[in-house]
Design a protein around this ligand. Structure first.
Ligand code: NI
Length: 172
């Protein structure tokens, strides 16, 4: 197992589209293990392969409460096949430093995906799980949650981030 570095905005790799997975081998299993280790270490409740610089359509989600046992879900080549309702709630991202904002998402989604062995399955999720799935699937298309907020809010965030990164550089 190895911990991978989480790439942060505005790194251009986060804007690239991930390719569908076609080979289901030990190497893919290792990627999923590394992603899980990286997500739990962060800690976060979801991670897309783009975030560690792998442009493959792999996402993982674990929306358990802090005091619950790990409950890892792996989705390969995930596709939202149905969605229902809408709900606005606060969202953040391991790749978007020091920021969270309200984002409107479908309340319920049905996702079609493959497991790590290449077997197709369908999965239905609501509320936080549905939100996490939509957020992570966005990553696979080079999209971030800040693309869903107003351009004014995004401009303010970019200014804040620039200042933060400058301060980090000066401190280094
Ligand atoms: Ni994210």
């Amino acid at each position: 197992m190895s911990l991978r570095k989480i790439i942060t905005y505005p790194h251009p790799v986060l804007r690239k589209k991930a390719e569908p997975v076609t080979v289901f081998d030990k190497e893919l299993e290792q990627l999923v293990v590394d992603m899980a280790e990286t997500m739990y270490d962060a800690p976060g409740s979801g991670l897309a392969a783009n975030q560690i610089g792998e442009l493959r359509q792999v996402i993982i989600v674990d929306v358990r409460e802090a005091d619950e046992a790990k409950n890892l879900h792996v989705f390969i080549n995930p596709l939202i096949v149905a969605e229902e309702g809408s709900v606005t709630d606060v969202e953040g991202c391991l790749s978007v430093l020091e920021y969270s904002s309200n984002v409107k998402r479908a309340q319920k989604v049905r996702v079609s995906a493959l497991d790590v062995k290449g077997k197709q399955f369908e999965f239905e999720a609501e509320e936080w799980f549905a939100r996490a799935l939509q957020h992570e699937i966005d990553h696979l298309h080079g999209k971030l949650f800040i693309d869903h907020i107003s351009s004014l809010k995004r401009t303010l965030y970019k200014k804040k981030l620039k200042k933060l990164l400058q301060e980090q550089e000066e401190a280094a």
